[in-house]
Each structure stands twice: as C-alpha cells, then as structure tokens.
Design a protein around this ligand. Structure first.
Ligand SMILES: [Zn+2]
Ligand SMILES: [Zn+2]
Length: 100
C-alpha cells in the first residue's frame, strides 16, 4: 500500500483550508495560506530572503494533474505551483508529522 495516495480531498473555500485523507488513514489539514507559502515552483523557491505571508490568499481553482498532483490557481494570480501528493504528504503540518 502506498501511503502517498489520497483517498479523499476536500477543499473548503469558506474556511480556506484543504483536508486530505490518505490511504494509510492519516489526515492532513492545510490552510490556503500555508500551501501558498510552501509553493514548490521555481519562481517561489527562488524568491527567498523575504518572509512572505498569505493570510488573505484565496483559491480560484484546483485541478488534478494526472494522478499524482494538484495544481492551484491562487487569488494573487499565481498558478505555477504543482503540488505532488508526495510533496503534500511530506509537508503535512500536523503535530505528528512536524516532529519527524
Ligand atoms: Zn509558486
Ligand atoms: Zn500529518
């Protein structure tokens, strides 16, 4: 069994968060601000130095890329970030994962 497979993805624009239920019964909850801040695209990872906050960020759309990733379009116009499920699992912000 591959633990990096999501069995359920729920996006809530009202509360600005996304929940993923994984095949190994783990649940991850991400705020939009967190996802925007950890965007793995070259553009975002190169602009280091500044600490950026995205408290007001909204989600325009989210689409699955193949069967391995999600691409988000954010309210600031940024849509280059492709978040693989493996990346999302690695960046799960829950207490258990953060301790690892
Ligand atoms: Zn980016
Ligand atoms: Zn976790």
């Amino acid at each position: 069994m591959n633990e990096k497979i999501p069995v359920d993805i729920t996006i809530r624009r009202e509360t600005k968060n996304m929940t993923i239920a994984w095949a190994d019964d783990h649940r991850s909850e991400y705020t939009f601000a967190y996802l925007r801040a950890v965007c793995p695209c070259a553009h975002c990872t190169e602009s280091t130095g500044q600490s950026r906050t995205f408290d007001q960020i909204g989600l325009i759309s989210a689409e699955e890329v193949g069967r391995y990733a999600i691409r988000f379009m954010w309210s600031d116009g940024h849509d280059l970030g492709i978040f693989s499920f493996e990346f999302l699992r690695t960046h799960c912000p829950c207490e258990i994962c953060m301790k690892k």
